[in-house]
Design a protein around this ligand. Sequence first.
Ligand SMILES: *[C@@H]1O[C@H](CO)[C@@H](O)[C@H](O)[C@H]1NC(C)=O
Ligand SMILES: *[C@@H]1O[C@H](CO)[C@@H](O)[C@H](O)[C@H]1NC(C)=O
Ligand SMILES: *[C@@H]1O[C@H](CO)[C@@H](O)[C@H](O)[C@H]1NC(C)=O
Length: 263
Amino acid sequence: MRDCLYISLFMLHISAGCNLSNEGQRIDVTGYTGGSVLLPCSCDDPKSTVNTFTWETVNGWKNVFEYEKFRGRLELFNKTSPANLSLLISDLREEDEGNYRCTGPHRSSHSFTDVSLTVTGCDLNRRTHTVYVTGYLGESVVLPCSCTEPLAKPDLIWRFYIKRNYEEIYPSEHIERYKNRRKLLNQTNPGNLSLHLSSLTKEDKGDYQCSVSKRFIFIRLHVEEKPQVHTIYSSTHQPSQQTHELITTQQPEDRITHDMPLA
Ligand SMILES: *[C@@H]1O[C@H](CO)[C@@H](O)[C@H](O)[C@H]1NC(C)=O
Ligand SMILES: *[C@@H]1O[C@H](CO)[C@@H](O)[C@H](O)[C@H]1NC(C)=O
Ligand SMILES: *[C@@H]1O[C@H](CO)[C@@H](O)[C@H](O)[C@H]1NC(C)=O
């Protein structure tokens, strides 16, 4: 029985011919934080079978599957296509950047492919000064914030300055009154970090912070009464219907702008 096992293991090894498609080469790949990336590696003959291959980090020479930081984020495809040794890394982080080596079955004959992974993260589109935004009581306002890289999904936190501290209001709500009133303006575009705040109250006035991995944008929100709209109705006498003439006073320009520095 035991001999039988050894023989079949030996057979496996014999049939395990695999010449890597990019043997000895280095391939550059780029991914975005929050996204996924395929580190390519494969046998040039798709019918090859491979019983041993490894993916290691060149810095430290450790099998990627032994890293805690990669847990739940790695995927191989050799189950369905045995000659495909590619590694998929998902939910990319900036610290995943570096060099990886796929080593094929013939370790002694330098059968490997190196992959250099670059991870592009979110860098805030910073303005030198605080951004001033004006909103009106009961209405909605957009607090602007964005990444220079529109495809990078950042670890975003919005905070509001209260009681001498910046307290989180997005994604979690440490201030109750923001509940159901704040959302990201654009859920489909990862690089757009602007916060949409509805039903403004006087308490919302103050300083906000858009933060991405220790980089910040500060926004000062000014909340005021909605500008008066004077309506004058003049009715004309008609049998079954009244026509109303609506006269609206012109609003000053600066009341319309939502991204105005405070005087
Ligand atoms: C791998 O390459 C060597 C040398 O070019 C060749 O002799 C061998 O047949 C190849 N093996 C496979 C499985 O393609
Ligand atoms: C796929 O490759 C990994 C790493 O070499 C190995 O542990 C696993 O058994 C392989 N799976 C299949 C189905 O061959
Ligand atoms: C390996 O599998 C992945 C995932 O299905 C695929 O994207 C990739 O093109 C495959 N590589 C090769 C060489 O077949």
